[in-house]
Design a protein around this ligand. Structure first.
Ligand code: TYM
Length: 343
């Protein structure tokens, strides 16, 4: 399909899907249910041209150990393939391999207001968390994210709910630019799933499940063994009511119902009926087992991919070549519109 994006005429063009994930540590159940599962579904539906990236440039807004960073990138690339991204069907590349991302990000910096960036909740959260390193990259991060999306003229961006604000800013930047220079960028729409868009920490269900959580029991990794997954769900925080239903003040149970629903496709009502008269112990075991089965094939495929570095390198090289050609097209057009003189 990759050639198809470059050659088809506008009238017959499929919609373009773009999304990315930071390779900043182990990939979580939240990443999987909120985004990655939809990346695969959209790839398999066949009605989209899908382009996916590892957003490695984004990760250095927080200090990284070089050796750990290299390992994380390799493992994240293998993990995404293990989730079902197929490089025969989708373009899958590493952001830093395509120079146009950093270049367009600079241009977009100059079309984004200080006030807009100051309102980003992720910036506020991250600067509170890393008070000793509130760097300019952390502040302008959403411009790089807008560049990622706009370079590929993406129509749809599958993400979890936490990226909604960044996506809206990308739309605003695109509209502002188009308003001044004509139709340069497609204005992207977010694609946020009904179930699994905000998976919360198993230890503090008022906070989202996050790769960087210091409490290992808070977060289920895509690569956790079945035993570890079961242990984490058994320890998940609930409440004292002992009734499996959605309700106020029941954030822990609401979260477990959300996860169980996202994995099994059952509604909250069906889940309440299923566990009528049973305690949280039975419920937690059922959620854990459902997650174990969902992730089992991912972990098995991961073990194969991670051993085959030559295959990983060949895949990301191929992805970068396609992505580069697409990205250059948009970058050249954008620079011409602004008034730059070509080489
Ligand atoms: P990142 O790497 O934090 O997360 C990757 C994807 O996983 C989703 N996600 C979640 N969904 C549900 N529950 C959770 N607890 C949860 N945690 C994370 C995120 O919404 C995201 O879809 N800035 C982005 C990466 C990025 C990007 C882009 C995304 C860079 N350029 C362009 C889309 C388009 C980020 O940090 O995601």
């Amino acid at each position: 399909m990759s050639n198809e994006i470059l050659t088809t005429q506008p009238a017959e063009k499929k919609k373009i899907v773009f999304s990315a994930i930071q390779p900043s540590g182990t990939i979580t159940l939240g990443n999987y249910l909120g985004a990655l599962r939809n990346w695969v579904t959209m790839q398999e539906e066949g009605q989209y041209n899908c382009i996916y990236a590892l957003a490695d440039l984004h990760t250095i807004t927080v200090r990284q150990e070089p050796a750990v960073m290299r390992k994380n990138i390799l493992e994240a690339y293998a993990s995404i393939l293990a989730c079902g991204i197929d490089t025969e069907k989708s373009v899958f590349f590493i952001q830093s391999h395509v120079n146009a991302h950093a270049q367009l990000a600079w241009l977009l910096n100059c079309y984004t207001q200080f006030g807009e960036l100051s309102r980003m909740t992720q910036f506020k959260d991250k600067s509170a968390k890393h008070a000793d390193n509130i760097n300019a990259g952390l502040f302008t991060y959403p411009c790089l994210m807008a560049a990622d999306i706009l370079l590929y003229q993406a129509d749809l961006v599958p993400v979890g709910a936490d990226q909604k604000q960044h996506l809206e800013l990308s739309r605003d930047i695109a509209e502002r630019f188009n308003g001044r220079y004509g139709n340069v960028f497609t204005v992207p729409e977010g694609f946020i799933p009904k179930n699994g868009a905000r998976v919360m920490s198993l230890q503090d269900p008022t906070r989202k499940m996050s790769k960087s959580d210091e409490n290992v029991n808070a977060c289920v990794s895509l690569l956790d063994t079945p035993e570890v997954i079961m242990k984490k769900f058994k320890r998940a925080v609930t409440d004292s009511e002992a009734k499996v239903c959605v309700g106020e003040g029941k954030e822990g149970v609401n979260n477990l119902i959300g996860i169980y629903s996202a994995v099994t496709g059952k509604t909250a009502e069906e889940i309440t009926n299923e566990f009528e008269g049973k305690g949280y112990g039975d419920f937690k075991v059922a959620v854990g087992e459902a997650v174990v089965e969902e992730l089992r094939p991912v972990r098995e495929r991961y073990e194969q991919y991670i051993k085959d570095k030559a295959y990983l390198e060949e895949s990301w090289r191929k992805g970068a070549e396609f992505a580069d050609r697409l990205a250059q097209r948009t970058l050249a057009k954008t620079m011409k519109k602004i008034g730059f003189v070509g080489r």
